[in-house]
Design a protein. Sequence first.
Length: 181
Amino acid sequence: MAARSTFIPIASSAWPGNRVMYEFMAWLQASALGHAMRESGVWTYGVVNLTHILGVASLFGAVLVLDLRLLGVWRNIALATIAEPTVPVAATGFLIALTSGVCLLATKATEYVGNPFLYIKFPAIGLGLLNVLALNFLSGWKARKTRELSSHERLQLSVAGGISLVCWLTAITAGRMIGYW
């Protein structure tokens, strides 16, 4: 088995943002949440980790179905029909994953500062959320319940669906890899 990389505090690096990140992570780790996660027993971390996995699964399961529809799969099913249940499931899954993810991170936050997958995961999540925001401004998304969409609107929704899949798959993959670095 390969040796785990040696932790080198990235705060000493030349980029000023590294120090800010390290200080934030140190604050999170030293917070009441960090202490609670470390001192509440082995079951606490396990239950929070399971909650995180269920949140991510709910988020991505709903996103996958919606994005595939945006990409043109299941065109015989109205977009509004698929969006109605998937959007709230994705939003709820995201909130569960976010809340539990912060708890997991607080457990040993400073150990993750030098982990490159953390710097992939967080921007991927941010881009995924920006994509959701942009989707809500598209005329095709706004009109999904009221009329047949034009080919241009379907193309815009398809691009948004593709971007979404890339963002969330990247975030999930990077999140999984964090533990192996």
